[in-house]
Design a binder for this molecule. Structure first.
Ligand code: CDM
Ligand code: ATP
Length: 280
């Protein structure tokens, strides 16, 4: 059977850093929502594992690609050697804080599990996903969730319905470098319950002004040169009347849109890549 699966991007409606862990990761609390910007992953039975990519010539095709990593972990967990031709149609900008690679890994895991009659339970899928990356478990279900721990622990909520304007400035930020250049931040006051009160419940109730006033991303405090570039663009977007926030570790910036006929002329003048998108 041939499978054609969407692999959506995400935005972080907030991200708070509680401190650095002994394993080198940071303890975070973040609110994520999938959006209708997506890669397409197709899986076709074949006599061996092969990957081809359309839409991005710089991505690796070898074991450093998160799709191939997902195939390897699937084989280790099930003993099944995936004999599948995987085609990736890339639309999500890479290194943009949109979770494109993490989403691809999760979608591949789900696809292989479907293709081989579900040898893995949901719990086992979560476990493997967490090995692939901190953002990967979220994409097994997507929608609206609070992620905590290093990002692999999840509390899902009913999806919300809102629109955003997403701006991608044309350069990537490396997640590792953004975290490594963070000053020490100890947001003791932020808990899952606080994130529910500040972001999740106003979002679900359509109180977008309240969400905008509460949303924060502690990764904007990073001394990474990439983040500094993003913040300069963010300042400009504020002048255009937006209430922008960097998504994840950057480089993209989003703003919740209450009215679709926002004048995009200044964005066009700056030559930014931008899209009106919806939460899904
Ligand atoms: C920035 C976010 O995308 C927000 O959703 C996530 O926190 C990062 O998720 P991710 O890209 O899947 O990150 P991973 O691939 O697990 O980690 C990449 C690198 O980012 C740093 N990292 C990541 C997550 C975390 N909670 N603390 C960290 O310090 C670590 O140096 C790690 O080696
Ligand atoms: N299938 C893939 N798609 C995108 N990036 C991939 C993939 N496989 C490996 N990578 C690597 O992962 C890194 C960026 O991944 P991704 O696009 O998920 O970053 P991101 O959008 O910043 O995500 P996050 O918000 O999780 O940090 C790049 O170094 C890229 O080379």
């Amino acid at each position: 059977m041939k499978l054609i699966l969407p692999s959506p991007a995400k935005i972080n409606l907030s991200l708070w850093v509680k401190g650095k862990r002994v394993d080198g990761y940071h303890e975070i609390i973040t609110v994520m929502h999938t959006i209708n910007l997506m890669d397409i992953i197709s899986l076709l039975p074949s006599n061996r594992l092969e990957l081809s990519i359309k839409g991005n010539s710089s991505l690796p095709l070898d074991k450093s690609n998160l799709i191939i990593k997902a195939c390897k972990l699937f084989q280790e967990a099930t003993g099944i050697k995936p004999k599948v031709k995987i085609k990736l149609e890339k639309k999500i900008p890479v290194g943009a804080g949109l979770g494109g690679g993490s989403s691809n890994a999760a979608t591949t895991l789900k696809g292989l599990n479907l293709m081989y009659d579900k040898p893995l339970s949901d719990e086992k899928l979560q476990e493997i996903a967490a090995e692939l990356g901190s953002d990967v478990p979220f994409f097994l279900k997507g929608g609206l969730a609070i992620a905590y721990g290093r990002g692999e622990k999840l509390k899902h909520y009913t999806k919300s319905d809102f629109k955003i304007l997403l701006i991608y400035p044309g350069f990537s930020c490396l997640t590792k470098e953004v975290y490594e250049n963070l000053p020490s931040i100890i947001r003791t006051e932020i808990t899952v319950e606080a994130a529910e009160r500040l972001i999740v419940s106003p979002l679900i109730n359509g109180k977008f002004e309240e969400v905008e006033n509460n949303m924060e991303n502690d990764l904007e405090l990073s001394n990474s040169p990439c983040v500094k570039r993003v913040l300069k663009i963010k300042e400009q977007l504020v002048k255009f009347g937006l209430k922008p926030l960097m998504s994840g570790s950057g480089s993209s910036i989003f703003s919740i849109i209450k009215d679709e006929n926002f004048d995009v002329t200044p964005l066009k003048k700056e030559g930014y890549w931008f899209k009106f998108l919806s939460a899904i």
